[in-house]
Design a protein around this ligand. Structure first.
Ligand SMILES: Cc1cc2nc3c(=O)[nH]c(=O)nc-3n(C[C@H](O)[C@H](O)[C@H](O)COP(=O)(O)O)c2cc1C
Length: 207
């Protein structure tokens, strides 16, 4: 593969890396999960402070307990999905509900977390999120590259105390993303995004 072909293949993966919320229960090898965390830790991060940490959750009972807590918090939201007008929003919410309902069967969740460590003299919470999000994005792109589906979620926000207790995450560590990973049961596909012309400004911002 030439450099150009590899680049085009990479861009095509980026362009089809949609949230895959329906995942097969087949276990993901530990080496593959480690590779995903390797990719996450290649991300840009503030001052190379690397304040991140990753908890890989595969234990079915633990996943079942977390899934039940999320469901308890989000049940009323999912109960309204049926009444939503048909469209992409309804499809997304239906698939999100499916993911929560089948939480225990999802082979792995990777919780991307970080400490507030940057800048060292005066740590600023904003840099915590600058640490976790590029890492999580690298992770989902790496999953896509390996043919795995993933879904970036913030489900931990619905029951953070349970996540902290189940995963033994100390109070000073911030939870940024809970990424579901598994063999995809949906197709990778083009992303619905605004056209570049609508968001690109040359030299100066202009409406
Ligand atoms: C910060 C952040 C939080 C998100 N939280 C959730 C979530 O809690 N549940 C979920 O199913 N998807 C979540 N997503 C995924 C987005 O809903 C999804 O990327 C978006 O709807 C676009 O869909 P696509 O990635 O399939 O194109 C989140 C994404 C980001 C970046």
């Amino acid at each position: 593969m030439t450099g150009t072909d590899a680049g085009e293949a990479f861009l095509e993966m980026m362009g089809t890396c949609r949230a895959i919320r329906r995942l097969a229960p087949d276990p993901i090898p530990k080496a593959t999960l480690e590779k995903l965390v390797w990719a996450a830790t290649r991300a840009s991060n503030p001052g190379n402070s690397q304040g991140w940490g990753f908890v890989v959750v595969t234990d079915p009972e633990r996943k079942a307990r977390l899934g039940a807590s999320i469901h308890a918090a989000m049940g009323p939201v999912f109960a309204q999905v049926e009444a939503m007008p048909d469209g992409p929003e309804k499809v997304m919410m239906t698939n999100a509900g499916h993911l929560v309902k089948h939480f225990a069967e999802v082979p792995a969740f990777i919780v991307v977390a970080a400490r507030n460590v940057y800048p060292p003299q005066a740590p600023n919470e904003r840099f915590v999120w600058s640490t976790v999000y590029p890492a999580a994005q690298n992770l989902i792109l790496a999953a896509r590259a390996l043919g795995l589906g993933s879904a970036f979620t913030t489900f931990h926000m619905t029951c953070e105390a349970e996540f902290r207790r189940e995963l033994a995450i100390p109070d000073e560590v911030y939870l940024g993303a809970t990424v579901a990973v598994g063999k995809p049961l949906m197709k990778f596909g083009p992303l619905r995004r605004k056209p570049v012309e609508e968001v690109l400004h040359w030299e100066q911002w202009a409406d």
